[in-house]
Design a protein. Sequence first.
Lengths: 277, 304
Amino acid sequence: MSRLLSANFARLKRDKVFWIGLIVMFGSGAFSAVSSHMRGLETGYSIPLDHIFFTYTVFTGLLSAAFCSLFLGTEYSDGTVRNKLVVGHGRSSIYLSNLIVNSAACLSMDIFYLLAVSAFGIPLLGFFEKGIKPVAAFLGCAVLMSLAFTAVFTLLGMLIQNRAVVSVVSIIGVVLLLFAAAYIRARLEEPEQYDSYTYMSVSGELVTDEPEPNPNYLKGTKRDIYEFALDFLPTGQALQISGMTALHLWQMPLYSVIIMILTTAGGLIVFRRVDIK
Amino acid sequence: MEYVLRTDGLTKQYRGFKALNDLNMHIPKGAIYGFVGKNGAGKTTLIRLICGLQVPTRGEYYLYGKKNTEKEIAASRRRMGAVVEMPSVYLDMTAEENLREQFRIIGLPSFDGIPQLLKLVGLSDTGKKKAKNFSLGMRQRLGIAVALAGDPDFLVLDEPVNGLDPQGIIETRELILRLNREQGITVLISSHNLDELSRLATHYGFIHRGGMVKEIGAKELEEACRKCVRLAVSDIGVLARVLDGMNMEYSIVSEEEADIYGDLNLSKTVLALAENGCEVTAIHERDESLESYYVSLVGGEEHE
């Protein structure tokens, strides 16, 4: 597998999408820090570094989908995956080497954002308000979330042998999952009851309404399912990590590991049997 | 005889369609094996199977004596190179970069052999031109160079002259012949361009509807395709005596017919037969080409 890794990393070094990804992530990190500083100057309220440090987790899935589908799709569109099989490389080695290179590429893009946001953010916005411990914990979750995304997109890239189709499926899939996660979070954030409020009636009297239960508030098993979905979905994790607010901080990395294991095991089993055109 | 590739009852089924049906094939070491069949006959399916791109539904194949289900098949595969359908090259890379990538995949310690390979396939002067800007012939030659990267002993080429211009066809043919003669590489070429194959092949395999119809050596085929006159007579014994007397080469086809090779003096033969009381009932001149041989094998009405 070392030979495949050497070949894949050499290709990665020349890959335009990878370099564009690095530049976009670095630019986003720098822009985020500078724009937050400018907004702080305009409004008089300084924005802490904590608020923007993990913003990248919301769009890293999208970038990962685009990169993995194009990087792996080229192997099928140019037919070069055949060169690896013909000379005797095993299908598992091919799959795992692609997974490793995709993971390294996507983590590199994340690191470029973090480097930029740190390099510009710390001097302009100051150090983390919440301290280093929670940041380190969320960083661990973010790394595993990114790896989970990569595992899913590697699975799709290895099993769908059409570059255009896999790109569309991956990108639309991650967008839909982002919307799903945003909806789930909105439902979970519904207040349990509407607060009491006072208003003046038509006749000029002051009327005070009692607090009322919110019919949209999720309870019992339904709430458990929604919470599980938000913790389990990488896009749900992304939303939580980006705001450094988590329902169950220590469950998210566990779910990410489960996603990685399941998608990789499933991908390996299917890829071993799939007919390559 | 030592075989580089041997298949035994190889079958590949896609849902309701059998692309390969109980195919038996034997490719001797050092041969240029022309794999002949019309479109959809199963040529590419066989190549995909032996290259490990697809798994047989039934049957097995042996590559350098190693069965496809054995782990050691990977070592046998390292001795082969292939161009399956379209050349497998990174379009966004130059010829040299493509070869460097393949050298890494194979695990070759240095890139020293690359200039030699590029020279061999006539792509030395492509410089920084990317493969996406190559002509089809150049891509084909680059594909062959990639397939040759590990110094293979067995080269598999699927329709190597498809879409090439006449010059490209000549260059590809000369390259294949050079590889076979100078480096002793065994070559499997699938094609439906019979004229082109007849200039190269030392052995033929004719496939039809997923099954092997006939395997034959080039010399044997040449014999079968020799120009001759087929004579139908009332007494085959008399014909044999007359032809022996005239010192002609012939082969008896049936109790009434014989194929006569070489320059036949027809008047003299007919007179000699008449003198011996033998009537000539029919005369056909036969000049069988590889194409007509193939048609006679698979049935003319089905041939495209």
